[in-house]
Design a protein around this ligand. Structure first.
Ligand SMILES: C[S@@+](CC[C@H](N)C(=O)[O-])C[C@H]1O[C@@H](n2cnc3c(N)ncnc32)[C@H](O)[C@@H]1O
Length: 448
């Protein structure tokens, strides 16, 4: 097989990175923008040792699950990779991704039920992080998602998966930055001011927290004046923060954020509790779909009688706070100090007395205590848990682990480890939090 060659193929399934999969002469080929059951003419774009990549040269016969994407820039923008598939079919594809990962990485054969849909699949994204750059000649700001597999910004004026107010605020920033001498960032030569615009919208009130990520170690009058101008122009904006990130890195936010005008948070309501979300605190991007996950986890906790619960990788202790009324007591452990500060405020705001907070690494915390928990909730980042943290979790948990995962591959790896240690995988349930993308959230219940 060689680059540039053409083949007629039928797409077998979707990979866990959202590309179509087919086989040519026994070699696996990944095809961009391909829907399972599409009949295609493909052009090979890259040949590796064990697999190849291809693009669509012609759709000979579209898959019965193909639909016209509702976003005009879906093909060029890298955000909604599978918007060309019917929504119900997306749910089935995500179910298959979880099932395949468990089988191939975890060696686990379990029936995975259909993915629980997001209550909204158009306006569902309440956290937006747009990278910013500027045009070469006129120095106009560009802001939007990157094109697939590149760092070229698609200057998005309208995005149908986020609240309309986000488009308005970002356009205001694009148009007015120059007046305040605020330039767009050039990541190649690490110059310019504005690196990212981060918006957090409350799905409850529609209020927005704006964070400008600045390529600087400290504030200056021009940034503060610009922040004030944004605040003044939008009733919906509760506050504007500056985050100072002067390092040459792909990490969006540094640990240094100041609120220069208004409030440093927005309030979100979930299952009757009020949460304060700051610029750098983790909170689910799709709060309505997250509510389904929180209810599911809470129902699982209710099956134990008045349990003592460990909420590990806690963020602002969302799980801990939401299960506090069914648990005897909860310990929430989170490594980000700012999130724990916000969690303290949330406990006070909701008058919750039975949740203890620890700003610590989960493994270090568990190694430092003798106490045991009836149920442990694990909600790690995409890289999953370390063997050390799983060993400590097993030592400190009596009944079950509820593992909430945003990455089927690392979930499968960690479930393999736990089942090899004698645990029993009781159930696996996928949820759709990021509609039209290949991402899938999964809750696994593991008995010890
Ligand atoms: C997927 S988020 C989950 C947050 C929270 N459970 C929620 O639903 O909002 C993962 C969280 O783990 C935290 N984290 C990452 N590594 C950690 C570690 N080693 N120990 C404790 N927390 C960690 C991150 O800061 C982040 O807040």
């Amino acid at each position: 097989m060689q680059t540039g060659e053409l083949y007629n193929v039928v797409v077998e399934k979707l990979s866990n990175l959202g590309t179509g999969i087919t086989r040519v002469d026994g070699i696996v080929v990944f095809i961009e923008n391909a829907c399972p059951k599409d009949s295609l003419k493909i052009k090979i774009t890259k040949v590796n040792k064990n697999f190849a990549s291809a693009e669509i040269a012609e759709i000979i016969e579209p898959s019965p699950y193909r639909v016209t994407p509702f976003c005009p820039v879906q093909k060029v923008c890298g955000a909604c990779q599978i918007q060309f598939a019917d929504y119900d079919y997306q749910l089935e594809l995500k179910r298959q991704i979880v099932q395949d990962s468990l089988r191939s990485i975890g060696g686990i054969d379990i029936d995975v039920p259909l993915t629980i849909p997001s209550p909204d699949n158009k306006v569902y994204r309440y956290k937006i992080q747009y990278p910013v750059s500027q045009t070469k000649v006129s120095k106009r700001l560009l802001a939007g998602y990157y094109k697939p597999q590149s760092h070229e910004i698609v200057n998005i004026k309208y995005c149908p998966i986020q609240p309309e107010i986000c488009d308005k605020i970002i356009e205001f920033i694009r148009v007015n930055a120059q007046k305040f001498s605020v330039s767009g960032y050039d990541e190649k030569i690490h110059t310019g001011d504005l690196r990212h615009v981060v918006l957090r919208v409350s799905s409850d009130s529609g209020k927005v927290l704006v964070t400008l990520v600045i390529n600087s170690k400290k504030t200056s009058k021009k940034f503060e004046d610009f922040a004030e101008e944004i605040y003044k122009n939008f009733n919906e904006v509760t506050g504007v923060c500056l985050n100072f990130n002067h390092k040459q890195t792909n990490v969006i936010l540094s640990e240094n954020t100041v609120c220069v005008t208004g409030q440093s948070f927005v309030e979100e309501k979930v299952l009757g509790k009020t949460f304060k979300i700051g610029a750098d605190t983790f909170f689910q991007v799709n709060p309505k779909s997250a509510e389904n996950i929180f209810s599911y986890v809470k129902d699982e906790i209710k099956k134990s009688y008045s349990p003592v619960v460990l909420d590990a990788y806690a963020g602002i202790a969302t799980f801990g706070i939401l299960v506090s009324d069914t648990a005897k007591s909860v310990v929430s452990v989170e490594s980000n100090k700012n999130s724990i500060e916000k969690a303290k405020e949330v406990l006070e705001l909701n008058n919750i007395q039975n949740v203890e907070l620890f700003a610590q690494d989960t493994t270090k915390y568990l190694k430092s205590v003798k106490r045991k928990f009836d149920v442990t909730i694990l909600d790690p980042p995409r890289k999953g848990c370390t063997k050390d943290s799983l060993d400590e979790t097993l030592k400190h948990t009596k009944e079950k682990i509820i593992y909430v995962s945003c990455n089927p591959s690392t979930l499968a790896r960690d479930l393999k480890y736990l089942t090899e240690k004698g645990c029993k995988l009781k159930s696996v349930q996928p949820f759709d939090m990021f509609c039209h993308t290949y991402h899938v959230e999964t809750v696994a219940v593991i008995e010890i």
